[in-house]
Write a protein that binds this ligand. Structure first.
Ligand code: HEM
Length: 169
């Protein structure tokens, strides 16, 4: 083989899943959320109930795949076995900081985004059955999801920069 096929495949799957993860985050934050807000409540509520849980599951799975292949990729480089030398290099720092940020984003997804989306979906479903008690919570929940969306976009852009920096170091 002219090159390491396993590493090539793992790198490809890592980059592809990362692109899909952050692509979904950018799309939801910049296109879908602002579009949903313009819909009348009778259409918005079923749209949120249908999209919310699927979207969260999709993004969480992609985050796990990206991080999993990232760790596999880092092992395959052989550099983790020479930890002292690796931590003294720009490559080591870029991958280490990228890893910490990626795991931080994943924790934020699980502890911030997911509960807020599932709460919105619960309120939306209750509203469909005539229970409007939770409606007052919606603006604050929507604002929290929007803010977390922007955090994901910003940190995501930094992670990609760090990963590309690692390749150039
Ligand atoms: C636990 C988290 C992660 C680990 C351990 C990790 C590890 C790695 C490693 C070892 C490489 C190969 C660098 C090289 O070829 O020298 C890489 C490349 C890359 N990673 Fe990650 N990564 C992680 C998260 C992410 C995330 C969240 C993204 C988001 C898109 C990402 C995007 C990329 C990209 C685009 C490359 C290719 C860089 C290039 O070839 O120029 N990584 N990553």
């Amino acid at each position: 083989m002219p090159f390491d096929v396993l590493r090539w495949l793992v790198q490809y799957l890592h980059v592809l899943s990362g692109v899909l993860w952050f692509g979904a985050g950018f799309y939801v934050t910049l296109v879908q959320l602002p579009a949903l807000v313009t819909l009348p409540p009778a259409q918005r509520v079923p749209a949120i109930a249908a999209l919310g849980p699927r979207q969260v599951r999709y993004i969480v799975r992609l985050a796990e795949i990206t991080i999993g292949f990232g760790i596999f990729n880092a092992i395959l480089t052989g550099r983790l076995a020479r930890l002292g030398e690796t931590l003294g290099s720009l490559w080591g720092w870029a991958i280490l900081i990228g890893t910490i940020l990626a795991i931080g984003l994943y924790v934020l997804l699980q502890t911030g985004v997911k509960p807020a989306v599932f709460r919105i979906v619960a309120v939306a479903r209750a509203t469909q059955h005539g229970d409007v008690a939770g409606l007052a919570e919606l603006p604050a929940l929507a604002q929290r999801i929007r803010t977390l969306g922007f955090v994901q976009m910003g940190v995501g852009a930094i992670i990609v920069l760090l990963m590309v920096t690692a390749r150039f170091s």
